[in-house]
Design a protein around this ligand. Structure first.
Ligand code: NI
Length: 156
């Protein structure tokens, strides 16, 4: 297990579009393990590869029930119904903003062995899918926030 350094806001790697994963090899497995370790170590619910400095389409998510690894993910369905809530990012510690996201999101992705699967998420998981997949396009939540939240608002 290895904790990787999390790239912080201001580093241009966070604004770049990621390339697809083509090799499902040992190196990918090590990266996925490290990304999960790094996410858990920071008490995050998701982490995208550019946040550890790697411009590949790789995401790990765990909103509390299970670790989800997404390689080359794409959103294939979103609900009309939306949710509006506080969102943060491990690359922007201490910053939270109000972001509107779909209530339900279905993604299609490959697992660490290259096998395609689909996964549907609601509420926080749907939000995590959107937030982490945005990272693969170089998009940060702050650009989607209707407004940022003050520490007092977060406590309330
Ligand atoms: Ni993030």
């Amino acid at each position: 297990m290895a904790i990787r350094n999390i790239v912080k806001f201001g580093d241009e790697v966070l604004n770049k579009k990621c390339r697809p994963v083509e090799k499902f090899d040992h190196k990918l497995a090590v990266l996925l393990n490290d990304m999960a370790d790094t996410m858990y170590d920071s008490n995050g619910v998701g982490l995208a590869a550019p946040q550890v400095g790697i411009l590949r389409r790789i995401v790990v998510i765990d909103v509390g029930d299970e670790l989800i690894e997404l390689i080359n993910p794409e959103i294939i369905e979103t609900s009309q119904e939306t949710q509006n809530g506080a969102e943060g990012c491990l690359s922007q510690p201490g910053q939270y903003g109000l972001v509107e996201r779909p209530m339900r999101v279905k993604v299609r992705a490959q697992n660490r062995h290259g096998k395609w699967f689909e996964k549907e998420g609601e509420e926080l998981l749907a939000r995590a899918f959107c937030h982490e997949l945005d990272h693969l396009e170089g998009v940060l939540f702050t650009s989607r926030a209707s407004r940022m939240l003050s520490p007092e608002e977060l406590e309330g």
